[in-house]
Design a protein around this ligand. Structure first.
Ligand code: FES
Ligand SMILES: [Fe+2]
Length: 393
């Protein structure tokens, strides 16, 4: 590791996203919304089978699968997927479901330098691309049945130093970069997440629907009351801009100490704002100039969520005093953010008490909560079916 200074993201000649001449709130307006979206099992099943299996989801950091045969596992909404690094450098991903009688055949959640995976039940053997390569007592099976037992492939790709998967499979998934979108790829790209390293992952078991967690990151209205931010922050937050870009969202919250600069057409949101990006359905990037949090609510059931909070930082030489200063400041800020996450979790606990209440029928949303409204409208569009078909089979 050399003494290269820590990367400082800057807007450069990118488009201005907040401040003079930029509209703060999209033309959506206040709205109301049916509360059943958080508890309807039919809707959850439609989201599971139509959205979560056809959109790009975060599976981990590229650095977690650096070497050939290294693997990580993604688990959520009933799926288990293994992602492995191949000798040519690309990632392969496959459903971790033994083709014999169905259990997960990769037993560890992650590991290094695998060459084969052996199902612990009867010993069927798979290679690191999920191909069946060995069957004990093969002569007892119909060769046609075994020939048809091809790997259940999942698309895998990398962007921003993150591993993404799409269960539509390599032949049907839209390209990852298209799903992220050129605007977000460019603006978020300034942070160079691919050069950053994983510092910590927190995991919480949250007793509410995953969309309620996404919603909490699609508005900043709650920061004054729940996070008890100082009045200057509330004032700055009123100047934030919200953007809807296709399926995805951006939001820029000016930092109070740089509010005066907001008047300048050269305002650098990468330096002076908290930059926030949501990739549909459930990947949330919260970017501070020096470090980034990724919030990932993974559905487990209609009213239960595995909530991961990732903290990534810039690497550097630990002996360099400049880097030591960077680390000290970043860690102090991260410690504060962990408290903020704890406050968010405390609200999910209050929501859990009323999630099935007969009195919780409608939500009333302000125009600054338009990303929430848009998110649910989008989800509704993607899961809509003929009412006659609305039944779980
Ligand atoms: S279930 Fe995997 S080998 Fe039988
Ligand atoms: Fe919050």
């Amino acid at each position: 590791m050399g003494d290269t200074p820590v990367h400082v993201p800057t807007r450069g000649d990118r488009r201005q996203r907040v401040g003079v001449g930029v509209r703060n709130v999209p033309d959506h307006g206040p709205s109301t919304m049916d509360a059943s979206v958080y508890r309807d099992p039919v809707r959850y099943e439609l989201e599971r089978t139509r959205v979560l299996t056809s959109h790009w989801l975060l599976a981990g950091r590229s650095e977690q699968v650096e070497g050939v045969g290294d693997w990580i596992t993604y688990e959520g909404h009933g799926e288990s997927v293994v992602i492995t690094r191949q000798p040519d450098g690309h990632l392969a991903a496959f459903h971790n479901v033994c083709r014999h009688r169905g259990p997960a055949f990769v037993t560890e959640m992650s590991g290094c330098a695998a060459r084969r995976f052996t199902c612990p039940y009867h010993g069927w053997v798979y290679d690191t691309e999920g191909r069946l390569v060995g069957v004990p007592e093969r002569e007892d099976f119909d060769p046609d049945h075994l020939a048809a037992a091809g790997p259940a492939r999942v698309a895998a790709d990398e962007w921003g130093g993150w591993v993404w998967i799409n269960m539509a499979g390599p032949d049907h998934a839209v390209p990852l970069i298209e799903a992220i979108g050129a605007e977000i790829a460019d603006d978020l790209g300034a942070f160079r997440m691919e050069d950053m390293v994983l510092h910590e992952v927190l995991e919480f078991d949250v007793p509410v629907n995953y969309k309620a967690v996404v919603d909490g990151f699609n508005e900043i209205y709650h920061v004054t009351e729940l996070h008890q931010v100082p009045p200057e922050f509330t004032k700055a937050a009123r100047c934030a801009s919200f953007h809807i870009v296709g399926d995805n969202y951006m939001c820029f919250v000016p930092k109070p100490e740089h509010l005066a600069e907001l008047e300048s057409p050269d305002y650098d949101h990468h330096r002076y704002a908290i930059c926030h990006y949501v990739v549909f359905p459930n990947t949330v990037f919260n970017c501070n100039p020096g470090h980034i949090q990724v919030f990932q609510p993974i559905p487990v059931a209609v009213d239960r969520t595995r909530f991961l909070c990732w903290e990534i930082i810039y690497p550097g030489n630990p002996d360099d005093p400049e880097y030591q200063r960077y680390l000290k400041n970043t860690m102090a800020h991260w410690a504060g953010l962990k408290m903020v996450v704890g406050q968010d979790i405390s609200i999910y606990e209050q929501m859990a008490r009323t999630k099935n209440s007969s009195a919780f029928t409608t939500q009333i949303l302000s125009e600054r909560e338009c990303k929430i409204a848009h998110f649910h409208e989008n989800m509704d569009r993607k899961t809509r079916v003929d009412p006659a078909q609305r039944a779980i089979t």
